[in-house]
Write a protein that binds this ligand. Structure first.
Ligand code: PMT
Length: 396
């Protein structure tokens, strides 16, 4: 899917060694369908030739306030109109200082002042420059002015020093831009998402769990965040990094997950239960490691609490969405689960396609029937799910 189709992005390139990464950034943004216009400062052109960015973007690169090729002779106005956002990558300490002071002495700084769309900066500089109190003061000012930042990252710098100040990688910047430009269908809604497996201990070192990787649940959390929601992600153990800006609560067992959900759900507008919760827990788990013996080991199990059903049966319940992973007769079993749990929407998927994979094909089942989404990445599926949920909650 071209996530930036129809979007126009103005990329500003200022004078730092990370300017060479602007080429990859232009490539990634255009690959996603964006129309990228590049404006460079004079120092930017010292690090990467404008021709490279012209070839990759398919558009002329602008460097001068007095650009005669712009019909109305006002490039700072002409170029900043109809943009969905302005991204400056790399943004130097000097450029941040100019923006913080409201100075406009070249095309890029003037255009940033004249814009009527969001501005995102990806800073890049030596770590001492980044940590310098004047840069940090400028950062505070820019944040207060509503300017957004991606990075900087930490690591080895071009000068050989190590620390914060490296420009974020183009892939990360591009994915932040894609997130940023998603329609805000769930603006300011409080969304609680459960994800991953639960682990029910048998003894100090053994337990029962399942093969959920958490990928689907984390994608749902990210899609909800990108749709403008305040997200709380409650997750069993996975190897994934939670989406930034989501509140993250880590749990082990089904009981922990129930407690965490009940703590959060009072303020939730939407509850999405993607977790693969263990259906049984061990009655008396041993605190020590059970030794091998000749005797048969008998383990007694209790059913775990049904978290989704508990939430769905509350008086002031949020809009509840369940998931159902089935190995056969997917739709039929999922419809039954929707009824049993008393929820407006259940999302069915085939175990063999869904578990631990990067792609999925969801079936959305509600009062109006069922709708199958064509296979795609879990994030794309999750975005389509957010669109569906936003339609259902506005109908309520
Ligand atoms: O994590 P991945 O590798 O990406 O895999 C994703 C997934 C396959 C785990 C996910 O897409 C999915 O389908 N999750 C639901 C798994 C399932 O089949 O759950 P269930 O049939 O046991 O439960 C149905 C619903 O009730 C689910 O929303 C579940 O979260 C919830 N439930 C179940 C048991 C329980 N004790 N409490 C619950 O809340």
């Amino acid at each position: 899917m071209n996530e930036l189709n129809g979007k126009r992005i103005l990329l500003g390139v200022t004078g730092g060694i990370a300017a060479y990464k602007a080429a990859e950034l232009v490539r990634l943004l255009t690959k996603e369908g964006a129309d990228v216009r590049v404006v460079m400062t004079n120092s930017g052109t010292e690090f990467i030739p404008p021709l490279t960015l012209q070839a990759l973007s398919g558009n002329p690169v602008h460097t001068s306030m007095w650009d005669q090729s712009i019909p109305n002779g006002m490039p700072h106005i002409e170029l900043s109109r109809d943009c969905d956002l302005v991204l400056v990558a790399p943004a130097t300490a000097n450029f941040m200082a100019k923006l913080a002071a409201g100075r406009a002495d070249d095309l890029l700084s003037t255009l940033c002042l004249a814009r009527d769309c969001p501005l995102i900066l990806a800073p890049a500089m030596n770590k001492q420059m980044w940590e310098n109190s004047s840069t940090q003061r400028n950062l505070d000012t820019l944040l207060q002015d509503g300017i957004h930042f991606v990075g900087p990252d930490s690591g080895i710098q071009a000068c050989g020093e190590q620390g914060a100040g490296r420009m974020s990688e183009p892939g990360l910047i591009a994915s932040e831009i894609i997130s940023w430009l998603q329609p805000k269908l769930l603006q300011d809604r409080n969304v609680v998402v459960t994800a991953g497996p639960t682990y029910e201990a048998i003894d100090a070192v053994r337990g029962i769990t399942n093969a959920s990787s958490g990928k689907m649940g984390y994608a749902v959390a990210q899609a909800a965040r990108d749709a403008g929601a305040n997200v709380t992600l409650i997750s069993g153990k996975t190897s994934l990094v939670p989406p930034s800006q989501a509140r993250f609560i880590s749990i082990i067992s089904a009981k922990d997950m129930l407690d965490a959900v009940l703590n959060e759900v009072d303020h939730a507008d939407i509850f999405i239960s993607v977790a693969a919760v263990a259906d049984f827990s061990v009655r008396n788990p041993s605190e020590r490691k059970i030794k091998k013996s000749q005797q048969k080991l008998n383990i007694e199990f209790d059913e775990t609490p049904d978290i989704l059903k508990t939430v769905a049966s509350r008086k002031n319940r949020p809009f509840c969405v369940g998931f159902a992973a089935e190995s056969e007769d997917v739709e039929e079993y999922a419809k039954k689960k929707r009824m049993e749990k008393g929820i407006p929407l259940i999302v069915a998927n085939l175990v063999t396609e869904a578990l631990n994979s990067d792609t999925n094909s969801l079936i959305l089942i509600d009062d109006d029937g069922s709708k199958t989404l064509p296979p795609s990445s879990k994030l794309e599926q999750a975005r389509l799910l957010m669109t569906h949920i936003s339609r259902l909650i506005t109908k309520q």
